[in-house]
Design a binder for this molecule. Structure first.
Ligand SMILES: [Fe+2]
Ligand SMILES: [Fe+2]
Length: 308
């Protein structure tokens, strides 16, 4: 992707192309305003310091897939936080106050996620697993640090679509956490609920910054490619360190979990691709009723920050 190409959506001297005209239509349907969300920051009452099982999710492959995802969270979510905070500062000063509350909620939720997943990852390190994904991501973040902030917000929006789709299947597809240790199922569902809640923040901000559709889709394709390669590689590395990689049972679990009914590919492929549609907005994907139900039914499992 050529980072020096002027963005037609921001530069009036450049003739808008078809993608940008499509974006203009999209803005008309989804005005570039902050989403009307009241995002609660919930401190989950879990104690990860006592550790958990080496097959906490029920089987070896699924456990190491979830573990791989967790390994990407602390650094990735810090990048999302930094990107939206920097993005808001690029809006006209008169616009910025409208975004205060929603950005505070987004940052609070992601900061709590990264805090608990860092504790989760400490236990994975104690179990002998090695986090390579973080190093790959750190190198990319370092390389991109001088780029236009719109790129960072577009990348954040792309990954937020991945997390929103994964969140939906975690909440709605029983096999994903079937047989998981209850405290860890609680942790992953809490994270899924909050990802569903704030799924529109980054993309709305991106559009408020005048980011083009072409770049939005381009970054999604790149982020999607990286996500598939890196989540697979980290899962295999985890299986290797867990001594499970060369067991036929693990490969059977991998096949079933990846391509079987309710598995990763079958559950996520089409919802993920909807991001490519011109003018896509995360609200086009229905938020599952299970999110609101989880909030209601697990009221004793968390404390809302700022509440007496
Ligand atoms: Fe998160
Ligand atoms: Fe998120």
């Amino acid at each position: 992707m050529d980072l020096n190409t002027p963005d037609p959506a921001l530069d009036p001297a450049v003739e808008p192309d078809a993608a940008t005209r499509a974006a203009a239509d999209a803005f008309a349907r989804h005005p570039a305003e902050p989403p009307e969300l009241a995002l609660s920051v919930r401190r989950l009452r879990v104690d990860l310091s006592k550790g958990f099982g080496r097959r906490w999710a029920g089987d070896a492959f699924r456990t190491q897939y979830f573990n791989a995802l967790s390994m990407s969270f602390p650094l990735g979510e810090q990048f999302f936080i930094d990107s939206v905070k920097a993005g808001v500062l690029k809006l006209p000063a008169s616009e910025q106050p409208k975004w205060d509350a929603v950005i505070r909620g987004f940052v609070g939720q992601e900061a709590t996620h990264r805090f608990l997943h860092a504790q989760f990852n400490d236990e994975l390190a104690r179990q002998g697993l090695v986090n390579r994904w973080e190093g790959w991501a750190a190198r990319r973040i370092e390389m991109s640090k001088d780029w236009d902030v719109r790129h960072h917000v577009a990348i954040t929006a792309a990954y937020e679509h991945f997390t929103a789709v994964l969140a939906k299947v975690v909440l709605t597809r029983r096999p994903w956490l079937e047989g998981a240790e209850p405290e860890l199922a609680l942790l992953w569902r809490w994270h899924a609920v909050e990802e569903s809640e704030h799924k529109t923040v980054a993309i709305d901000l991106y559009r408020a910054m005048g980011g083009s559709e072409r770049r939005r889709v381009g970054w999604f394709l790149w982020a999607g490619f990286l996500f598939v390669v890196e989540s697979t590689a980290q899962t295999l590395i985890n299986l290797h360190h867990a001594g499970e990689l060369w067991k036929p049972r693990t490969w059977w679990q991998a096949l079933r979990w990846t391509f079987g009914p309710g598995g990763t590919v079958t559950s996520t492929f089409w919802p993920l691709l909807r991001y490519l549609k011109p003018g896509f907005h995360p609200d086009d994907l229905e938020t599952p009723a299970q999110a609101a139900a989880w909030i209601r039914e697990n009221r004793d499992a968390y404390r809302i920050v700022g509440e007496a």
